[in-house]
Design a protein around this ligand. Sequence first.
Ligand code: SF4
Ligand code: SF4
Length: 183
Amino acid sequence: MELLTNRAKTVSNKRLTWVERLYFPAIAIGLEITLRHFFKKKVTLRYPEEQRPFSAVYRGRHVLKRDEEGRERCTACGLCALACPAEAITMIASERKPGEEGLYREEKYAAVYEINMLRCIFCGLCEEACPKQAIYLTDRITQSDYHRGEFIYGKYKLVEPVELDKRIDITKRMDKNALNLIA
Ligand code: SF4
Ligand code: SF4
């Protein structure tokens, strides 16, 4: 039968010599490999103190954007949920009441908006489907947790802060030249 590779070795049952039973050659070979890697440039980082720069097209944790006046842009149209292949998005729509014009940009808004981060595959289709430029994926990482329930991100985790200096910067994702790289 023709072999697929030339790496096959014939197993021998011969008894080990006295020197071989001391395992010195094997230990020396192991130490030599360790020493070689000791002086090589490290590929690992001391995360989270050190962080690797992200690509401009990296798709991480979502943000629900506000407009210039601090109002929520999402109008609970459901297109993002419809586009989501992982069925990770759920929402409950509500009618804006008189006096709430400063909170919600449209007459309809998402009273509840949740993304199940355990289902999300970070494909970005929700972002593409949104007609209101309300949802974007960012370069932030979804944090680890011990409880599955913590991965259901509600509005308290998704909507960006009202304060202008605390808004989530999505200019990189809006850079069409960068996004074209993944087309
Ligand atoms: S990134 Fe993809 S999988 Fe995740 S919520 Fe958006 S559409 Fe769904
Ligand atoms: S995020 Fe965009 S697509 Fe999704 S419900 Fe809100 S407005 Fe519609």
